[in-house]
Ligand binder design. Sequence first.
Ligand code: ADP
Ligand code: MG
Length: 581
Amino acid sequence: MTLIGIDLGTTNSLVSVWKNGRVEIIKNSLGHIMTPSVVSLEEGDGILVGEIAKQRRISHPNHTAFEFKRSMGTRKEYVLAHRRYYSEDLSAFLLKKLIEDTQDALDTEITQAVISVPAYFDDNQREATKRAARIAGIEVKRLVNEPSAAIIYHQWKTQNTGREGNYLVIDFGGGTLDVSVVDCFANIIEIISISGDNKLGGKDFDRYIAEDFCKRFDLKFPKLDKLTKENLLWVAENVKRNLSREDRVIMRATIENKEYEAEYTADELLKVTAGLLLKMQAVINEALKGARIELEQIVDIVLVGGTCKMPLIQKYLSALFHRDVVADAECEQLVALGVGVLTGIIGRDEHVSDIVMTDVCPFSLGVGTYHSKVDSELSMSVIIPKNSILPISKSGIYYGLEKFQEQIKFGIFQGEELRAKDNLYLGSLFVDVTPNENGDTAAQVTFCYDINGILQVYAQDLNGDNRAEMVVVSKNFQLSDQEIEQRKIDIEKEQRFEKNKEENRHILAWGHRLYAQANPEYKDYIAGIVNDFAYYVEQNAVAMVQRKKKGVIEQLLALEKVVNRDYFENEDVITELLDED
Ligand code: ADP
Ligand code: MG
């Protein structure tokens, strides 16, 4: 049975296979290594996928869907002519086409695959990806984070020459940016932090160019009709790609029956897209902070994805890191190549079976707790912190609040916010506890989170034999319309509830933000400060609030410096690059 690897991209998808001790990229029916992730509905209800569908983005925009990976795991509907699809349905069409082409190329039946997903995909998005595969008729042997796959390939390729230490992987594709720090030691590949923005990609460069082009002629891009916009984006992408090879490019487009023409140089591209580069820098900063390493500790910077082909990106990163940062010719294929090597590892192929890989959890998982009886709101108590290495199993001990309590309820949450209700609610687990008159009922809660993103939760009564367990399944991850309406009502109610003065609310919001951004070792400390202050604000204890305020502000200011460390504090790369010539 042949196991294949699939890089299911936002813009392009690739298939790889492990054969005779090496990895191979499979060409599609047109002989191309990349299949555009585009689906189009044909007259007569046929489904077209890939290159042909991409052409129809212009000719049949109302029949064609693209970038649907951005909405994976949501209920967003794509309307193709008279039919409605979710992202996972469209992904299933794409997977089907990839599998059919691979079956033809290899002349064998394909029933299993390893599929890569962005590191920032949450459980819901991962489940949706698996559902898409199931709809397409294949079993997912494993999901792997895209940056993990890229580094697997990098390590495999440079097996004996690759240096040990921390690698920074920057995967800049068409729709997402993923940055990770990966520690490589002998055959152990360990991801130590990840950060990302799934709304930042090559497409945004196209849009910025198209908008700038319109601005030059006093036209408003958002006001143009859909077809003109699509066409302009198409032209802008070509301008961007050509600027990867040439110093100046003429952009020509017809808008409302008039011909327009403008010249773009590398410097102009830099000015127009500076905002996107700064966003990229912020994501890189986050990843470094999460890894707690110094810039000198990075042995190499690995560029992945089509957008990294832009000389602009390579120059910007070189200036930022004060070293040469260059993209490999294969940068668009690195993820697929890595997934291919992984299929070899999973198949226990002798050539690669000695590579060990670990992944990290992209968000914190925990339970809602009351710090004391006077707390009016559930706080998040983190059991598995963000960036923990997977698979992981961790426990926490929690106490009941009442005498003779017979049961403890644990709400399970995912996210970085201090207030439990601001995080994603995953479900509740009830465990019976042995009641006693001192009120010291207690239960140990254990979270087991595996490499496929499946969470199992166990609770054990510490004074008896009671036990409860649950597996968090995907349907709990979605809010129903009714729940969303309820949340809207709750939020409005909160806004009307004008109890505290503006400044106190500001201090609390500041604390909540720091909590969300902080590394795990600071979280409890911040929670303590915020909950304490919140208690007095809540009680309207005016004198106490005044007494505490100054100290709280000082503590938060000090924490701000630690939590929001900026690795590139004095770097103004854009000015530097523009001054260069
Ligand atoms: P994804 O991972 O989102 O599927 P890819 O890694 O295939 O995406 O990257 C697609 C993006 O790369 C597109 O936005 C495309 O315009 C861009 N791209 C591809 N080649 C070049 C190039 N030579 N110069 C600039 N951008 C490029
Ligand atoms: Mg990609």
